[in-house]
Design a binder for this molecule. Structure first.
Ligand SMILES: [Zn+2]
Ligand SMILES: [Zn+2]
Length: 290
């Protein structure tokens, strides 16, 4: 815990470039040295409890896993209430009426209290404190949910299925991040989806394709406030692929999925470039308003 507080204090005074350089050095260290570092105590970025190597504590990791494997729409990862379960083949109303271009989605947790704080920290000044925990949480969710789907339960996965080498056999060839707008890059200095995609691809040993998906033009906001027809029209041609992706099964990574219109537009561009399928992986999914 003390170590985590020291790290947090250092994070306020050390420029991010130094932290990134240290992360690069750490990745190049021999495996046994990295193992030693992985045992170093830290503070859980969600609850400040005792944790290891900058990851979530055991209780928060378990809580995230329960959220990831809660009953969700298999298409867009929206959390479903008990009364919605089993209707329309397990799909939410939106996906049943207007199926998105992507085939599946996995979310590590809901963009709601308590774990929305992780996203806020990630997009703020403490990103390097949270980035490992966020990537690890999404990897855990992806392994578990895909293993559950592979076992035949499309809408509900068994957390115990996350263990073992089968979980590594994901139906994915490449990882592609949702690109940030120029305004967002200027404001934050990094693309949250890009950094998350890098961490996830590294952990799952999947190929990361950066810069392949591009915004066709600026000014396409993540317009949660717009009505569906306006949103669809605004997002329809928002993205384009810089290269062919013929036959590739793509995991599209974003930090938060709000309405799904951004992921839908990005998936359309990926499919237009020849991708065989698009699965969306997000750290957080905004729940439906009550
Ligand atoms: Zn915790
Ligand atoms: Zn849905």
């Amino acid at each position: 815990m003390a170590c985590g507080k020291v790290c947090a204090a250092l994070a306020r005074i050390i420029p991010h470039s130094c932290v990134a350089a240290w992360a690069a050095v750490r990745r190049g260290l021999p495996r046994f040295v990295r193992s030693l570092l992985a045992g170093v105590g830290s503070s859980c970025p969600a609850c400040d409890g005792a944790a290891r190597a900058g990851l979530l504590c055991a209780a928060c990791a378990q809580a995230v896993l329960e959220q990831a494997t809660a009953r969700r729409c298999p298409r867009c990862a929206l959390r479903l209430g008990a009364t919605q379960a089993g209707r329309r083949g397990g799909l939410c109303v939106e996906c049943a009426l207007h199926p998105p271009a992507f085939a599946h989605a996995v979310a590590a947790f809901d963009y709601a209290d308590p774990f929305d704080a992780l996203i806020k920290r990630y997009k703020g000044a403490r990103r390097h404190i949270v980035s490992s925990a966020l990537a690890q949480s999404l990897v855990q969710a992806v392994r578990t949910v895909h293993a559950g789907r592979a076992a035949g339960s499309a809408d509900r996965a068994d957390p115990a299925a996350s263990a073992g080498p089968d979980a590594e056999r994901l139906p994915i060839d490449v990882v592609v991040p949702v690109p940030a707008s120029r305004a967002s890059l200027r404001q934050r200095g990094f693309n949250p989806a890009g950094e998350l995609a890098r961490g996830v691809a590294l952990r799952l040993q999947l190929r990361l394709l950066r810069g392949v998906l591009r915004r066709r033009h600026e000014g396409v906001a993540r317009q949660a406030s717009l009505a569906r027809p306006d949103r669809e029209a605004a997002a329809l041609d928002a993205y384009v692929c810089a290269q062919r992706l013929d036959g590739l099964r793509v995991a599209l990574v974003d930090d938060v999925m709000t309405t799904g219109s951004t992921a839908d537009a990005a998936a359309r561009a990926l499919l237009a470039a020849g991708a065989a399928s698009v699965t969306v992986w997000v750290a957080a999914r905004t729940p439906k308003p009550l």
